[in-house]
Write a protein that binds this ligand. Structure first.
Ligand code: SF4
Length: 257
């Protein structure tokens, strides 16, 4: 196995757009994983979400122009490293206190390759051993799931409690490249992840930002009924607007208010 290049200077090559998200995922996975432990910077109860017991990690293979966690992900500000059982213990403590057994990982891309996927699967196993897990939500960009079917197979062992939400980043490869920073040619992995999740019977659905994408176009692209697509509107924090302007995405909004 190649030595892990986990210094920021090695990461700088991915600051140039467009980058290869598969290579970036490998590099980021090296930075956020230490053996079977992953870096997390926060655990919290977030009652505004359907799966409120939240553990926040860092690191993503995309660099979306509207990423709410861009400051941390672009500087790779790591937290402490926790084994799957350790982070599950922290999550279970919140679940017991708040009396809800619905979990999610946020702030990052949870699936960056084999090591991070095994970590995520062991996290679910540890949750199951600790109590009555109702649901675990995986919010992902689907890039690595579409690239490596074996990762989807690993997730399929948890299909009774797992739901996967694939955040689609464009109506076409060109819009994907502008919004995500990754090469247009890798858009296919997002779409492929939905096909593979379906084939392996893992409950899943696409999600889109209606600020940039039309739900009927995404429905046509994914062959998924528009009512089965999660539609969100972007929250425009000052930093989001600045980033969208700098990346040349501001005028890609459907409604130019
Ligand atoms: S996929 Fe999600 S975590 Fe990754 S850069 Fe985009 S918005 Fe941020």
């Amino acid at each position: 196995m190649a030595a892990c290049q986990n210094d920021l200077s090695k990461f700088a090559e991915f600051a140039k757009f467009p980058f290869d998200p598969i290579q970036r995922a490998k590099r980021i996975e090296c930075m956020v994983m230490r053996g079977s432990a992953r870096s997390y910077y926060r655990t919290r109860f977030a009652p505004q979400f359907d799966c409120p017991v939240t553990v926040d990690s860092v690191g993503c293979c995309l660099q979306c122009a509207y990423c709410w966690n861009a400051l941390r992900n672009e500087t790779m500000k790591l937290g402490d490293f926790w084994e799957p059982e350790e982070i599950a213990t922290k999550a279970v403590k919140i679940a017991n206190k708040e009396k809800t057994w619905r979990f999610r990982v946020s702030g990052c891309e949870a699936i960056l390759g084999r090591a991070s996927t095994d970590h995520f699967c062991q996290f679910i196993e540890a949750l199951q051993e600790a109590g009555k897990v109702e649901f675990v939500l995986l919010e992902t960009n689907g890039i690595m799931l579409g690239y490596d079917e074996s990762l989807v197979k690993s997730l399929s062992k948890f299909k009774d409690v797992l739901g996967v939400r694939v955040a689609i980043k464009g109506e076409d490869p060109q819009q994907f490249e502008k919004l995500s920073g990754a090469k247009a040619s890798s858009f296919k992995y997002q779409l492929r992840s939905l096909e593979l999740l379906y084939q392996h019977e893992v409950p899943s659905r696409p999600a889109i930002m209606s600020t940039f994408m039309d739900v009927l176009k995404i429905s046509e692209l994914t062959k998924i009924h528009h009512e089965d697509i999660d539609v969100e509107r972007l929250k425009f924090y000052p930093i989001t607007k600045k980033s969208l302007i700098e990346r040349g995405c501001w005028d890609m909004r459907k409604v130019k208010a």
